[in-house]
Design a protein around this ligand. Structure first.
Ligand SMILES: NC(=O)c1ccc[n+]([C@@H]2O[C@H](COP(=O)([O-])OP(=O)(O)OC[C@H]3O[C@@H](n4cnc5c(N)ncnc54)[C@H](OP(=O)(O)O)[C@@H]3O)[C@@H](O)[C@H]2O)c1
Length: 245
């Protein structure tokens, strides 16, 4: 038996249009799943390699999850769901998150929308005894200098993962999370595209390199597969060792 064969399974990756979510979506696609992804832009053609995005073989649709009503009104183009991945996320730099409207905006995308999507798809996941994978961050465990909203939202996702894992175990749904370290995507371009910041960051990582969206996809496959069948409510720190000291 191949435990990471997802043939016949339906996977939805919120935020699968680019970066980590896209890497996760491609891994599920390559392991046989029918994969649906969404993002904020009108069509798949609006994404390029610059966005760390490749939508080939994935079903793309536009859905802005920052408004509850959008998520509630959304009619999914599938009638069963085995895996829900919540990889939506945003961050604001230059102290912007210290302003309340911005703090709320980041919380709406990074936290409120995750709960909303989980609730929206709970009935479908209960039907299949499916699995949820939530994208936290190193910020789920540690403070992030200058980003109060990002770190508060990611900290909350860790206990949300624990709480939903406990609550939905009786439905046969496992809920786990991935807390990535530094991964090359469009939201981290400010660091990897800046030679001095990039060099400094490497000194913080025992494995001496950044991670890739595909590597996060490998962890998501594991978490959603029978290999992790006795695991729920956990958020795995996958950071090249950055959080070890
Ligand atoms: N990169 C890292 O080093 C790192 C580290 C730790 C955690 N993370 C987390 O990993 C997740 C993915 O981030 P990423 O680095 O892959 O960045 P990314 O490429 O910008 O991906 C973020 C995804 O979220 C989507 N999104 C943002 N706002 C949305 C909204 N209102 N409605 C629907 N979708 C929305 C984006 O859609 P568009 O493509 O249309 O913008 C995109 O698909 C996030 O939760 C992030 O916090 C990233």
């Amino acid at each position: 038996m191949n435990e990471i064969d997802f043939s016949g399974k339906t996977v939805l990756v919120i935020g699968g249009s680019s970066g980590i979510g896209n890497g996760i979506a491609r891994q599920f696609r390559d392991h046989g799943a029918e994969v649906y992804v969404c993002g904020t832009r009108a069509s798949a053609e609006d994404y390029t390699a610059e966005d760390v995005s490749d939508l080939s073989g994935l079903h793309y649709f536009q859905l802005d999850v920052s408004h509850d009503d959008n998520v509630q009104a959304f009619q999914p183009p599938f009638d069963k769901l085995d895996v829900l991945v919540a990889s939506q996320g945003t961050v604001m730099y230059k102290q912007a998150e210290f302003q309340m409207p911005n703090f709320r905006k980041v919380l709406d995308v990074n936290l409120m929308s995750v709960m909303n999507c989980c609730m929206k798809f709970h009935p479908m996941l209960k039907e299949t005894k499916g699995s949820v994978v939530i994208l936290g961050s190193g910020a789920s465990f540690f403070a992030v200098f200058g980003n109060p909203a990002y770190s508060a939202s990611k900290g909350a996702l860790r206990t949300l993962t624990m709480t939903l894992g406990e609550a939905w175990a009786r439905d046969g749904i496992r809920v786990n999370g991935i807390a990535p370290g530094l991964i090359v995507t469009k939201i981290t371009k400010v660091t990897w595209d800046h030679p001095r910041r990039y060099e400094d960051s490497l000194n913080e990582i025992p494995l001496r390199r950044w991670g890739t969206p595909e590597e996060m996809g490998g962890i998501a496959l594991f978490l959603a597969s029978p290999l992790a069948s006795y695991m729920t409510g956990q958020m795995l720190l996958v950071d090249g060792g950055m959080g070890l000291s």
